[in-house]
Design a protein around this ligand. Structure first.
Ligand code: HEC
Length: 200
């Protein structure tokens, strides 16, 4: 009897999870989901993906930056892609990365020094999909609230070009993710055109 009750309870729990609106939109491991007209649905469960690393106040333009508090960027990747990377040092088809942008502050509660993350500012998403995109990788920007996003002028736009030229492994900036960098070095998958040392 106890077993039956447990099974019933489990079933109800599973059904309630599936039926809950919002949770069913983009299941965590489903990979990139697109609308009929090719817009990427905002990835919902990404905070349960694998956390890759964070950047703090990073700027890729020597003349920009320094205005206001620096932002944090938190990078997440789909779990199955992460497992594949551990084994191969490369990314499989349907890999999806999310980069969250958070504003920072140093004043609050008991904090006296250093910075922590405060207000959510937006999501940048990167998808590898060899059948959908002729250039393999595509880039999407979401504001803090927007639900679906068209690839930012799909094809070889600014996002694509910078990632193609400068990222250490395929289109991913593994040079800034210490744990993945170790692995890529072991597997020999760093692009020969990319120089990891400081450019100065
Ligand atoms: C001038 C170069 C440059 C441009 C342009 C650029 N990025 Fe990036 N991107 C980076 C760097 C450097 C990192 C890694 C550092 C970090 O954590 O912020 C990164 C990281 C990312 C990541 C995390 C996964 C990865 O590839 O390492 C995503 C997702 C991403 N960018 C999306 C975008 C999108 C979307 C655009 C266009 C709207 C864009 N990027 C434009 C340089 C660039």
């Amino acid at each position: 009897m106890r077993r039956i009750l447990l099974a019933l309870f489990g079933g109800l729990l599973a059904a309630s999870l599936v039926l809950q609106p919002g949770l069913s939109r983009t299941p965590e491991n489903a990979g990139p989901q697109f609308t009929a007209d090719g817009k990427l649905l905002r990835p919902e469960g990404y905070r349960r993906w694998v956390f890759v690393s964070s950047g703090f106040g990073m700027s890729y333009n020597a003349n920009a930056g320094g205005n206001g508090a620096p932002a944090f960027t938190n990078v997440f990747v789909t779990p199955s892609a992460y497992d594949y990377f551990l084994a191969n040092g490369k990314w499989p088809d349907k890999t999806m990365f999310v980069l969250e942008v958070y504003g920072s502050t140093s004043r609050g509660s008991i904090n006296q020094h250093g910075s922590y993350q405060e207000n959510f500012q937006g999501l940048d998403v990167e998808v590898k999909d060899e059948s959908r995109f002729p250039d393999k990788w595509a880039y999407f920007g979401f504001s803090a609230s927007q639900e679906a996003s068209q690839a930012e002028s799909p094809g070889k736009n600014d996002c694509w070009n910078c990632h193609d030229k400068n990222a250490a492994v395929e289109h991913s900036f593994v040079q800034f993710y210490p744990e993945l960098l170790k692995l890529a070095k072991e597997k020999g998958t760093i692009k020969p055109t990319v120089h990891l040392e400081d450019k100065k």
